[in-house]
Design a protein around this ligand. Sequence first.
Ligand SMILES: *[C@@H]1O[C@H](CO)[C@@H](O)[C@H](O)[C@H]1NC(C)=O
Length: 323
Amino acid sequence: MSVNFRVQLYCLLLMLSALKGEGRYLQENEVTAEGLFSLLNSEVKRESSTDFIYRRPLRCLDMLSVEGQFIFSADRPQLNCAAYFIAEPGEVISVEFSAVDIDCRRGDFLKVFDGWFLKGEKFPSNEDHPLPLPERYVDYCDTGMPRRVVRSSQNVAMIFFRVHSPESGFTITVRKLINPFPCNIISQTREGSFTMVIPHQRTNCSFSIIYPVEIQIEELSLGRLGSNDAPVKRSVPGCGGTGDFVELLGGNGVDTAKMFPVADICYSLKGPAQLKVGCDNAVMRLVSSGKFINRVTFQYRPLDHHELQKLKGNDVEDFCFIE
Ligand SMILES: *[C@@H]1O[C@H](CO)[C@@H](O)[C@H](O)[C@H]1NC(C)=O
């Protein structure tokens, strides 16, 4: 992803025009994160101007961060459509279907995916999601949608749909629900702070920021300090030998399993440690063995143009720059 916003908007326009044709299936499409977030910016402004239940038509390519009712009605065959949903880190999304009028026998479909599919990659990755991949899809046509309400496992979800006949369509009602133990998260903003906690669970949680950022770790507690154990020594290389650590990942897709490690920290730390990651996606990942209560608090802010240029000047490999 280029930092240049205009280039991204241009990509989005290209992509929108591609979606009008009988392009490849959308899962392989070059939907960029930046393109999605630019759709979102106009939404937020509109939301603040209304007090009652928000209602609007759903577009063939859409991004929603607000609760409300969204009505899709095809004015012509729409073959590669997707709507992305995003909520606050501490929320999950519920999607309710009503007035579904599509022709499954003719090849129409409507699927909910528990996560995001972006540029052919999934978030959360197969490794990190609590459900096996087939169970992350709910297909209206397979099942007649016995569950009219589908709830996501994290703050992002999406639907894929294809409608051949004009006048066909459906309505979705999107709600946001509190998630007391948020684990896998995509940040809605480029700037903010977050505390990730894994209480005695053998699980790994990722916080993903789809923008080049500086991340500052304020506090990392791996549940060992306070016991009589000595702080864990940094194993060489990285923290592979220990079951509890934090890793910072960088990469250009959303699948954390395909990203590369920028830094590993496997000892508790107080006081700031900061890193700049000039990648499309920076991920703070907490790996937990289940023996401890692990917690990491961090802040992040976007890198400006000057900082990115400086990172590039350091002449590290490729276009994903780290300092
Ligand atoms: C968490 O990540 C570590 C290191 O990447 C891996 O060895 C472990 O199997 C993962 N745990 C779970 C529950 O997926």
